[in-house]
Design a binder for this molecule. Structure first.
Ligand code: AMP
Length: 392
């Protein structure tokens, strides 16, 4: 391998990455996929090859995100010695109202992304730290930023509105929506995988540890369940989803919690873990006899079905539902239960196809076609990076 492209997805305690071979005709070939987990506690580098074969599984001395990029650079050098990095694509959670698509990084862009930190304090700083570290390591290598918010820009004004006074809104308080890179990927493969719905009214259910839904009309997002932050909408692993803001007032005023405590409750201790008291991982809850585990799953399904109803109203009807991400791709039971709860829409599931992961999992007479389509956010970022940098 001579030239390669990197995709980086930096979080608070992990650095996920993909190594792609330089694209031919915009077709990137995945060389390796890996992550450094446990940054700040017990960091470990795990890398797998294109077919899942183990390439690395080792402790790495890493104290922060910058150290993780350095450790990754050292591993890349040991593996791909004489090769060249021709571009780095970054996942950036927030592009604000301005970035309606991916951009090539420069000092001006970086400053604008720094100004958005208050809107995503738990994600944006880590994304930017990785960008800084990568820029230092590879000063001559162009970098591209892809935003989780961009795909939703252009949606109707009402779907972006937070109905607070104008002086508050003008500081950037609006519904941005997230998981946009995942939705864009699914929208990009529909014409090939499911041409009959590609130009229709589609609800994509991205059900992972973070979960949301997107209402897609003619391949464009017209509504979504995550809002100003990644807290709204569906029940998530550790986040509550839809919540009466009066509850938050109660945490401050009634229970006298500090802002940090409230933040921890909302981002780390609610949702599946909050309800069950057992786990934030759906796999741990499914099949458990514990009534709190059952309640957590029931609530997850209830919210998912409710949001499908809401997005169906936004779309003026629904032609298809697509399941994706960790739970959406891997749990036939959760898909079956969500579709069962959406029977009133005319959803009819083919159990065999559901067990086999589809891709089409509805019966021929279902009024709404049902699908399982694996997402690939890294490939979407790689494609954008190639396009913007002219790597054809
Ligand atoms: P993601 O954030 O998309 O990587 O999804 C991660 C989540 O997917 C995990 O927290 C699990 O709850 C869930 N998950 C993965 N595999 C399964 C499975 N076979 N059944 C149920 N949930 C799963």
């Amino acid at each position: 391998m001579d030239d390669y492209g990197l995709v980086l997805n930096a979080g608070s305690s992990s650095l996920k990455f993909c190594v792609f071979q330089r694209p031919a005709n915009n077709h990137w070939r995945l060389e390796a996929r890996g992550q450094i987990d446990g940054i700040g506690t017990s960091p470990r580098l795990v890398v797998k090859g294109e077919h899942g074969e183990k390439m690395a599984d080792q402790d790495v001395p890493v104290g922060d995100g910058r150290g993780a990029v350095n450790a990754l650079a050292a591993w890349l050098k040991s593996h791909y010695g004489g090769s060249r990095v021709v571009g780095v694509g970054h996942r950036v959670v927030h592009g604000g109202a301005k970035f309606t698509g991916p951009v090539i990084l420069d000092k001006g862009v970086f400053a604008e992304l720094q100004a958005l930190i208050p809107l995503a304090p738990l994600h944006q700083p880590y994304n930017l730290a990785a960008i800084e570290a990568a820029t230092e390591r590879l000063p001559d290598c162009p970098q591209v930023c892809c935003f989780d918010t961009s795909f939703h820009r252009g949606a109707p004004a009402v779907s972006e509105l937070v109905p607070l006074p104008a002086d508050i809104r003008k500081g950037g308080v609006q519904r941005y929506g997230f998981h946009g890179i995942s939705y864009e990927y699914i929208a990009s493969v529909l014409p090939e995988l499911a041409p009959e719905i590609a130009n229709g009214r589609v609800i994509i259910a991205h059900l992972g540890s973070g979960a949301s839904m997107c209402a897609l009309k003619n391949g464009k997002s017209i509504d979504h369940t995550l809002g100003f932050t990644a807290l709204d909408g569906l029940c998530m692993g550790t986040r509550p989803g839809s919540l009466d803001p009066g509850v938050v007032l109660h945490l401050f005023q009634g229970l006298k919690m500090t802002p940090k405590e409230v933040e921890t409750i909302l981002y780390k201790k609610s949702g599946l873990i909050g309800i069950s008291g057992i786990s934030n991982d759906m796999r741990d809850l499914l099949g458990k006899e514990d009534p709190n585990a059952t309640l957590a799953i029931d609530y997850f399904i209830y919210q998912a079905a409710k949001q499908i109803g809401a997005l169906t109203a936004s779309l003026g009807g629904v032609d298809a539902i697509v399941f994706t991400a960790g739970i959406g791709e891997n749990s036939p039971e959760i898909r079956r239960r969500i579709c069962e709860a959406s029977k009133w829409l005319g959803c009819s599931m083919d159990e065999k196809a559901n067990a086999a992961k589809g891709p089409r999992i509805s019966t021929p007479d279902s009024k709404v076609s049902l699908w399982v389509i694996p997402t690939n956010e890294e490939l979407m970022i790689a494609r954008h990076t190639a396009n913007l940098l002219g790597l054809k």
